[in-house]
Design a protein around this ligand. Structure first.
Ligand code: KG4
Ligand code: ZN
Length: 393
């Protein structure tokens, strides 16, 4: 069967067409097309996503992307496309509601016009499934060793999700929806913290890749925290639960920059190494931006790793799935892969999945997979779809 999927939860307009085949328990997805239209340039001057603009852009881009996608997938345009597509799936949440609605209304119209079933998909479930699309061409859903844990890190979410095998799920279903959020952020999401700190550092939006790049430059020089003279908190690292908090860390950066600017108001523009008050030492060949980026990224990654490791131990996790935009962070990936060594013999066979770099951000391909498995659970079900900004797994 062929699935048309639509994603408009934030600032990326995504349309994808997948062809699914099932042989026994094996489900294979062939990617006919996967298009993502990023709105970064439009939102960049605002330092974050501006919902009304996102809505306007999705409305403009959806018909254009659909036509492109059908052409690329060599499917007929116009009415006869109805015979080629078997299912439509659209993100219904979580996300920005005005943005979500654009995709939902568009999907509903197509579903009505073409008389094709429409299934809603959860954006976060999409990020979980995204890890299976290894090569963006053709891929199977592997057999997962349960219990699994997913660390979801994006611009809107930071959560640890325990995934248990759903024995009542229909055969071929990868997970079947047995999710339990065991920890989440109490305030800012990790990607949001990256973006806000980047803004304080006068870096462009989105800030995650910018900070990560600067941090790598400093990390290469093998500078210790002592040499840097900058120390940021590791929020909630010793709390007994699996929750996170990043707003205190963000505020700590705000105060740090405010103090540095008292000494030299152009310190960021000149990216100098400060010489007084113990912040940095003049001999270091690293600018203040690299120094802050390194310590900030260290603080974030240490916190994420610490809680993830605890959860793996407590729930005897066999598979770890990392998803969401921040999963593109190189240092986070390196430290996650190092987790296996930390466990020694006990969890040395821990399976670890990351998305293909092209799928770590928002895309419709992952929505196609999530929507397909939802459809498979109950093919006859008719859904009343509405945008749910706070939809949980
Ligand atoms: O999943 P995503 O594309 O959109 C949401 O659903 O939120 O995640 C976007 C977030 C942004 O906050 C962006 O700054 C962050 O992912 N991000 C990164 C990196 N690449 C993207 N954060 C840290 N390091 C990166 N390399
Ligand atoms: Zn996302």
């Amino acid at each position: 069967m062929k699935i048309l999927s639509i994603e408009t939860s934030c600032d990326d307009t995504g349309i994808s067409i997948l062809e699914v085949t099932k042989k026994g328990k094996k489900t294979t997805f062939k990617v006919l097309v996967n298009l993502v239209h990023s709105q970064i340039e439009i939102h960049s001057p605002y330092g974050g996503v501006f919902p009304a603009l996102a809505k306007r852009e999705h409305l403009k881009n959806l018909p254009i992307l659909l036509e492109k996608a059908l052409k690329k997938a060599k499917l007929p345009l116009g009415g006869s496309v109805a015979k080629s597509i078997d299912l439509i799936t659209v993100t219904s949440g979580p996300g920005l509601e005005p943005a979500l609605w654009t995709g939902i209304v568009f999907a509903k119209e197509l579903s009505k016009k073409w008389k094709i079933p429409l299934v809603p998909a959860n954006h976060m479930e999409g990020h979980i499934f995204s890890v299976f699309a290894k090569n963006l061409k053709i891929f199977d859903i592997p057999k997962i060793d349960f219990p699994a844990l997913s660390l979801l890190v994006s611009g809107g979410h930071t959560e640890l999700v325990l995934i248990k095998e759903n024995t009542s799920a229909r055969s071929g279903s990868a997970f079947g929806g047995k999710y339990q959020i065991i920890g989440e952020t109490l305030d800012d999401a990790v990607g949001e913290a990256f973006d806000k700190v980047a803004r304080m550092m006068e870096l462009p939006y989105p800030g995650g890749p910018e900070i990560s790049h600067l941090a790598e430059e400093a990390r290469k020089l093998k500078i210790t925290n002592y040499e840097l003279g900058i120390k940021l908190p590791r929020p909630m690292i010793y709390s007994k639960n699996f929750d996170f908090s990043f707003s205190g860390l963000k505020t700590a950066v705000l105060y740090l920059i405010r103090n540095l600017k008292k000494e030299d108001s152009n310190i960021l523009q000149n990216n100098k190494t400060p010489t007084s008050k113990g912040v940095g030492v003049p001999t270091l060949s690293v600018g203040i931006k690299q120094a802050i980026a390194l310590e900030f990224e260290n603080a974030v990654v240490e916190t994420l790793i610490y809680k993830t490791q605890k959860a793996i131990e407590k729930y005897q996790i066999k598979t770890l799935i990392v998803g969401g935009g921040v999963s593109a962070n190189k240092y986070l990936k390196k430290e996650i892969l190092r987790l296996r060594q930390n466990f020694g013999e006990t969890r040395k066979n821990l399976n670890i999945y990351f998305p293909n770099k092209k799928l770590s951000g928002d895309n419709a391909l992952m929505i196609g997979i999530a929507g397909y498995f939802k459809y498979e659970q109950n093919p006859k079900k008719k859904y009343q779809i509405k945008a749910e900004g706070g939809l949980k797994l």
